[in-house]
Design a protein. Sequence first.
Length: 697
Amino acid sequence: MVSTNGNIYCLGNARFTIITPNCIRMEYSENANFIDAPSWFAVNRQYAACEHRLQDDKDRWTINTGCIELSYRKSSEPFSASSLTAEFKFGNGSAHWVFGMNNTANLVGTLQTLDGIQKAMPLPEGLISRDGWYCLDDSSSHLFVGNWIEPRPENSGSDFYLFAYGNNFKLALQTLTTISGSVPLPRKCIFGSWYSRWYSYTSDDYRNIVKEFDEHKIPLDIMVMDMDWHDKEKATHGHGWANMLGWTGWSWNKDLIPDAEALLKWYHDQGLNVTLNVHPHDGVREHEDCYADFMNEIGEKPDKPVPFTAGNKKYLDAYFNIAHGQLEKQGVDFWWVDWQQDSIMPEAEGIKGMKHLPLLNHAYFKFSERSAEKRGLGFSRWAGWGDQRYPIHFSGDAQSNWDMLAFEIYFTATASNVGCFFWSHDIGGFCGKRDPELYARWVQFGVATAAMRMHSTGDELDRRPWKWDTEVEESIRQSFQLRSQLMPYIYSQAAKSCRDSIPLCRPLYYDYPDDERSYQAQHQYLFGDAFLVAPVISKRNSDGYATTKVWLPNGEWANWFTGEIYDGNQMIEQKSDINTFPFFVKTGFPVVMQPMTLRMTSNIPDEYTVTVFPGKRDCMHESDLYTDDGISQKYKDGEYSLVKLKFKQTGDTAELDTVPEQEIANSNLSNQKMSLNLHGNHHLSKVYMNKKQVPLA
């Protein structure tokens, strides 16, 4: 018996839903008890119609979407290699699949955390595979029912998603976000400079640190206050670790921070955002300032504290409204959710099988976006499939050594393969031996990642650059200032990343899937559409330079620091002094920059500079300048500015056109001026910007 409803086919005890031409949902239930509620992975149950056909043969049903030809035997048995098969047709070939087949050429995903890891280690599977397909098992993920979360019914059977994409890996991610939810654009501040250290700083210490950043001309956008911001001494019960019960806390440590509200206001007056570290696992205990209000909110008498019950919606709502809401009213901008990984915390009480990390990532993000005046913002470890909906992600307490720097580069790129677009790393490493050269190189890697967040513990690893030797301080200052100048490009590319579901930091095989070398270049990646990055991962030689082998894909590439032009399709060796690293830009690509500013994400410039490295051959490239208010959700309703920049080089003549596509009325965001900065332009005789000739030096 065949039952159909648009894209949905009930065939015996199986149900098939055509999500897109290259993704089919496959369910089997002995009682035909299928799941319609959104799951933790699959939040979108509204699928657009797409062309397909169902063929009813004697012993099999076949669904053909043009990309997937799925064949299911007419029987009541569960899915098996004999009952469920498929043929895939890609632009670059075809493949055969049977249920249960191993994905042998998977390009891996990412880890929940880098805690405790000393060097490279195997990574779990991701969506992207050179097999050209992936089958994702969603049979056990929890469901969103009404306004809360429930486990799946025990008799709900199996639930799989079959993706087919060939080597069109960008299409695979776009399909992932169609069913699992898009990656939202974070607040602009997270793309800036962060300072963080686990240390007992006082209010005066924090003020002095900000002043020192400014005096040393090193940009700063976010101050992270690690766990010493709260009182740790009054706790008498809880989940102790390292001989301390006070990991969870919601009351200011008044010995260190006697003037919390004044300090938070001062941060904001300096143009800074602030986040507080929280370890939620012990809930709200009786020594907290907000204890009475919290107990009243949940309707309990204050004579005995209630254990942390994240799986209870009433408890969680009160936890946010009281413990967090009161602190946000004082000026806290967002929260760093720590110590909730699977190895630390048991299941969330109140929802069978629910882990704390995915639950809290979801809950914190939703709490952070409760007002249209602020877009959602998470800051926590990666919780697996579907967690791309709650950026930005914290990669954990990385060890400080060269092996970990190399692994973190690879780990960042492959995170693209599960939809984790925005990692925030402990730049320099959280703990380990002091190594000035390693620190400088890690910061250079940070220039071309989602967030430049310095973090450490102990006296030896304080990441304030002026606490290191003069050579390293100058190198780090140059890196941070470069990041500041590149912020218009970075934020524009981040917005494009979220809009198009194409990662900001992505492996080379996304753009060059037909070249075998793109799969071997594991310590290189693309940073948006313009840049190829190969961070230095080894010490300098006796001549003072580090040598890095770099594969340049087809095209022309310019060394950002020297202006030297290289033909692509070759492997080269790059020598880098302590102030530079292999950072290549496509020739002819218009990179929008701003003057260096100490608040790179909040100071809107009056004029932008468009930097272009003309090549040796004709070329044409486009880029975006995207601007919005950086914090609210208004951009979703069209309150943003978008300018298209089009650079075309023909012979010895070049022209740059800037075309406004979206403008904000009555806003200075759409009124900035632009100037053109050409590098290596000796072979150009005529250059035009918006049809007007540009004087050449």
